[in-house]
Design a protein around this ligand. Sequence first.
Ligand SMILES: NCc1[nH]cc(CCC(=O)O)c1CC(=O)O
Length: 312
Amino acid sequence: MYPIRIGTRKSELALWQARHVADLLHKAGMETELIPLETKGDKILDVSIAKIGSKGVFTEEIEADLASGKMDIAVHSAKDMQSILPEGFELIAFTEREYPGDVLVSRRKTARLNDREKPLTVGTSSVRRVALLRHAFPHVKVVDMRGNLQTRIRKMDEGQCDALILAFAGVHRMGYDDLIAEKLPLSLFIPPVGQGCIAIEAFTHLDPARKEKIRAAVNHNPTETRLLAERAFLRRLEGGCSIPAFAFADLNQNRLRLSAGIIDPMGQKLITREVEGYGRDAENMGHNLAGEILSAGGAAILDAIQQERRNG
Ligand SMILES: NCc1[nH]cc(CCC(=O)O)c1CC(=O)O
């Protein structure tokens, strides 16, 4: 059997995640080969992801090579994956989830978002994080900050901001735990769909026997159930990573609890809902919770965002 060819982005975090998946495959007796690629999302750094506009900015180039058979699987942050993949592509496995929340990262250990005496300047360009900051910590000054993790930390060190909001998973994987000033509460900063989890993407022509071997080596079933609920939620809202909607599912035995919401970009209207049910109903729960949120004002928020983007 020829080695499993693994496509990945070139950032340190992407390479870490691809090597992590390679390790899991090695442990199951498979050989691997890494194929690193640069994507549009990596090249265009002066424009926010929401403004680049195309869905799948981190995935298009990789998907072209998956489809042409140059690679067998691609490794992505589950968070960066569109809820509806282009025809012929599927997510065949999810790795065990890391702690899913966001953290405040700073050189100053005492940095706190709720410090009103000396309000922080925080770097982020995530629509969700900006909106949640405006909502809960209106005194905080937000500056736009793109680039990979290392670039953002360098920009912080150059003085562009006092602190960053980042996913714990990336910070931890890159060995920056020392810079974590606070963990942001999951109840307020509900994580975006898929955060902390690595997804394996394949094209339909991947040999079914190989696909099963890869799934058996990599997939973490409870994580997959959680992600099915979260991604079903996102699918109904039809958003990629750039709308300020979020969903987080937790699984205890077979009980699934799904929290989800949407916030308008100015942070004035936050709508959240929760539901509990059985893991086997994960996708229905996600779909139905999205419906509740749409009728509770979510549809109006999405319309306003679309209107805003059309007007540039
Ligand atoms: N948006 C980029 C991105 N995609 C995945 C992660 C972190 C790792 C993960 O969520 O698994 C990050 C960085 C961040 O948001 O801080």
